[in-house]
Design a protein around this ligand. Structure first.
Ligand code: PNS
Length: 162
């Protein structure tokens, strides 16, 4: 049984994340998307809202499960019985951080390997941070996130679209 954990903030989930979820679910028997409850960061969406949006967006993929977690990713992955982490790599700028994180995780949990998927080209520029930045000025984020997420983000910034 190949089970992987895809940990992240998903604040909010973007088409880039959904691309990684769909592709890694094809490779794995089961994919657990782990939504980080991070005390240090102040997210736009509560963990419940982020989990709920991911639930809706992945309901057609039968081997994907959405869970929230706090603490270390390796502890969460062990609790889930996962042998792999999934992370997306957009560009070289992601590499330093991702390498550091995967190597630290590997030292803490040698039985868990990290698999990197390169983000599909059309999403290579995309991040939750830029989505929030554009939305905060009332910009159009419909190319970056699904309609339900677009509505929720715009509402957070006080904009309502028909
Ligand atoms: O979507 P993000 O913000 O890039 O995801 C980062 C995440 C959640 C994968 C990372 O911050 C994480 O694993 N945090 C949990 C704490 C942890 O395990 N830290 C050690 C990694 S070096």
């Amino acid at each position: 049984m190949k089970r992987a954990v895809y940990p992240g903030s998903f604040d909010p989930v973007t088409y880039g994340h959904l691309d990684i979820i769909a592709r890694s679910a094809e490779i794995m028997d089961e994919l657990v998307v782990g939504v980080l409850m991070n005390q240090a960061k102040t997210p736009l969406f509560s963990v419940e809202e982020r989990v709920n949006m991911l639930h809706i967006m992945t309901k057609n993929i039968s081997n994907v499960r959405i869970e929230s977690f706090s603490g270390l990713s390796v502890d969460f992955a062990r609790k889930e019985g996962a042998g792999f982490f999934i992370r997306g790599l957009r560009a070289i700028t992601d590499f330093d951080y991702e390498l550091q994180m995967s190597q630290t995780n590997r030292i803490m949990a040698p039985e868990i390997d990290t698999i990197f998927l390169t983000t599909s080209l059309q999403y290579a520029y995309l991040s939750s941070t830029t989505v929030k930045e554009v939305a905060s000025y009332g910009g159009d984020i419909s190319n970056f996130v699904p309609p339900l997420v677009e509505k929720a983000v715009m509402e957070k910034f006080g904009y309502s679209r028909p």
